[in-house]
Design a protein around this ligand. Structure first.
Ligand code: PFF
Ligand code: NA
Length: 433
């Protein structure tokens, strides 16, 4: 078997992991969910979950990956816990489902880059979204997006993923900062911020509790948790530095980008008097299309926005494909290039129904986030908390000297509160499916 690749640099690892986290989840899904759920109460539930559940689970995935240096499924063999391979299996399955519709939305984004340049959506943004999001266009651009994803993964860890992330992730951050500064200069920006940032104190607590299941699904999705991306990425680490620092950094950047996307988008909408509360996957595209049609230099702003969104989507999409490619190449001994093309093809086929009917896309999204990712995360929490705690602690403290106390808190969080919360969320999710 060939020698396993590792990341060329530490910053390369941080950028690929951040690139996986930052994606459509931050810039498309987070704003529409927040809008649909009434704004600030959702934001608060989400922030609490990011820190209390997201951080411990990023760490759980990182310790498994770095310790075993194997793919999602193989990692459990390596640990001598083959029964738990099912967790890796759920992860790989979630990868097929998520990437199949994620790439459809990626295809919309490519169409919107072109349409921003040509002005195709300016006269009727809602009608444009209908022709772009469903049917032939959606299928063709889905295939194109998958082509980009597979092209990068086929090049391998260093030449493909790491190199792309080094250029794209900083670009996304810079472009979004530019756009949010532009948004701040618009008339309506105050109303946009208020909708987003000021909760209604009277109903805040009950609202936030009711929103927990959705907020948890979003927390997993946005941090790429529950399906082994972070296991796979940490498995390519060559050196042992603090996993806690890296986890914190990824979490902070991901949250910053989600907030920034909101700060960029809501002012556009309010400046044009558009109600963000309609909800659904079309919200961001239709509403922004309307805004870009009216705003000063709107086509240019739109082009920049969709280019940023494209790069963000690509660095997330290739992390999902990498999980499956690592598993298949290491388990069955296939070469990376043909395996990548084959798997990408299968995922494309699975996604076709979502490109033909937006309700199917929604159903895949609920299944993946509310059930598969949460289920995967629940099993991971139980595994690391109860069956792997000693080794996990040892791996956690490698590179984080003197943090045994914090490590113990981490294990106990996984054992009880996180497990109980995820059981509750999963129960809700299963009911919703
Ligand atoms: N974190 C990505 C986003 O926010 O767009 C989506 C994602 C990537 C989810 C990888 C799950 C995953 F495994
Ligand atoms: Na994200």
């Amino acid at each position: 078997m060939s020698v396993r690749e590792t990341w060329a640099t530490r910053i390369g690892f941080i950028l690929v992991a951040t690139g996986s986290a930052v994606g459509l989840g931050n810039i498309w899904r987070f704003p529409f969910l927040t809008a649909e759920s009434g704004g600030a109460a959702f934001l608060i539930a989400y922030l609490i979950l990011i820190v209390s559940v997201g951080l411990p689970l990023i760490l759980a995935e990182f310790v498994i990956g770095r310790r075993t240096k194997r793919n999602v499924v193989g990692a459990f063999d390596e640990l001598g816990r083959s029964n738990w391979k099912i967790v890796g299996g759920i992860g790989a399955l979630a990868g097929f489902v998520i990437l199949s519709y994620y790439s459809v939305v990626g295809g919309w984004v490519i169409q919107y880059i072109i349409a921003s340049i040509t002005g195709a959506y300016t006269s009727d943004p809602a009608a444009y979204f209908e022709t772009a999001s469903v049917g032939t266009n959606a299928v063709v651009f889905d295939a194109l997006f998958m082509g980009f994803v597979a092209g990068i993964v086929a090049l391998g860890i260093r030449n493909g993923l790491e190199r792309a992330a080094k250029f794209m992730v900083p670009s996304v951050v810079v472009l979004l900062i530019v756009l949010s500064v532009y948004g701040a200069t618009l008339d309506g920006s105050g109303a946009g911020y208020a909708f987003y940032l000021s909760p209604d104190p009277a109903t805040l607590v009950s609202d936030a509790i009711g929103l927990l299941p959705d907020a948890a699904g979003q927390a997993f999705f946005t941090l790429s948790l529950g399906m082994g991306v972070m296991i796979t990425y940490a498995s390519y680490l060559g050196e042992d530095r603090s996993l806690l620092n890296d986890s914190l950094l990824i979490l902070v950047v991901d949250t910053f980008i989600a907030l920034l996307a909101g700060l960029a988008i809501f002012p556009f909408l309010f400046a044009e008097g558009i109600d963000p509360g309609t909800g659904g996957p079309g919200t961001v595209f239709v509403a922004l299309g309307t805004a870009f049609a009216e705003l000063p230099a709107g086509q240019l702003v739109g082009t920049v926005f969709y280019i940023a969104l494209f790069m963000a989507a690509l660095t997330s999409a290739f992390s999902i494909l990498e999980v499956i490619v690592a598993y298949v190449t290491e388990t069955f001994g296939f070469e990376r290039k043909p395996a990548t093309v084959g798997i990408a093809g299968v995922i494309f086929l699975i996604g076709i129904p979502t490109a033909l009917d937006i309700n199917v896309l929604n159903a895949y999204d609920v299944l993946a986030n509310q059930v598969l990712l949460i289920g995967g995360g629940l099993l991971l929490a139980i595994f690391v908390g109860w069956f792997f705690a000693g080794e996990a602690l040892e791996e956690f403290t490698t590179g984080s000297d003197g943090l045994e106390g914090l490590g113990t808190v981490w294990i106990w969080l996984l054992r009880i509160p996180i497990t109980v919360l995820l059981l509750y969320v999963l129960y809700n999710g299963v009911l919703a499916t």
